[in-house]
Design a protein around this ligand. Sequence first.
Ligand code: NI
Length: 254
Amino acid sequence: MLIDSHCHLDRIDLKPYQNDFACFMHEAEANQIEHLLCIAIDLESYPAMLDLVAGFQQISVTVGVHPNVQDCKDPSVDELIALGQPDKVIGIGETGLDYFRSEGDLSWQHQRFRNHIRAAKALKKPLIIHTREAKNDTLRILKEEDASEVGGVIHCFTEDWEFAKMALDLNFYISFSGIVTFNSAAEIKEVAKKVPAGRFLIETDSPYLAPVPFRGRPNYPTYVRYVAEQIAELRGTSANKIAELSTENFYALF
Ligand code: NI
């Protein structure tokens, strides 16, 4: 059985499923997906996201505002704590820093990131971290805010082994997306070989970042098995073993 530890189910194209979310979930189950973690992007679309997944026990959610979303409601620590109370909410994020898609004075991004870490600590729930071209500041803020108290996951890992080691030391897991299947992803493949067996997760980040052989097309949670197969090949083991390990690791973290 597989777990997709990071997907945006409210953004999936349901046309191939007659626009029927239950039909889509039925196929996920038929493809051995036992659990899905649906990740929040902003608060404006959050109520609709909760409505969509409400009837499905095999879906958990997070709450947070993505570092690239501007012109949106920026939650206070107290607001995040209030929204993070329900049992279905098992993590805080996605949050972090992104210097690739945002420019200029990014102090707002830093403050937003700190607020998410403070809320996660108050709730004792793990963090889902997005970091892009901002590795030093990401690590610095995680340290300054004592994020290791709750830990979490560096989602869609795109950094090198040096960064991975520092994240592991801070009590974070490493999550691999379809990017690990790309030919250009030599550094990420290296990390997938070296990461301890008890410290990695797999994800799709669907509908974005489809793995090879679907690269450039819409992504679906069922494609998480291509991520498992790639990691298995890199580590010289079976896809079933990678599925088993990543599933155990998911339940250990959340
Ligand atoms: Ni995401």
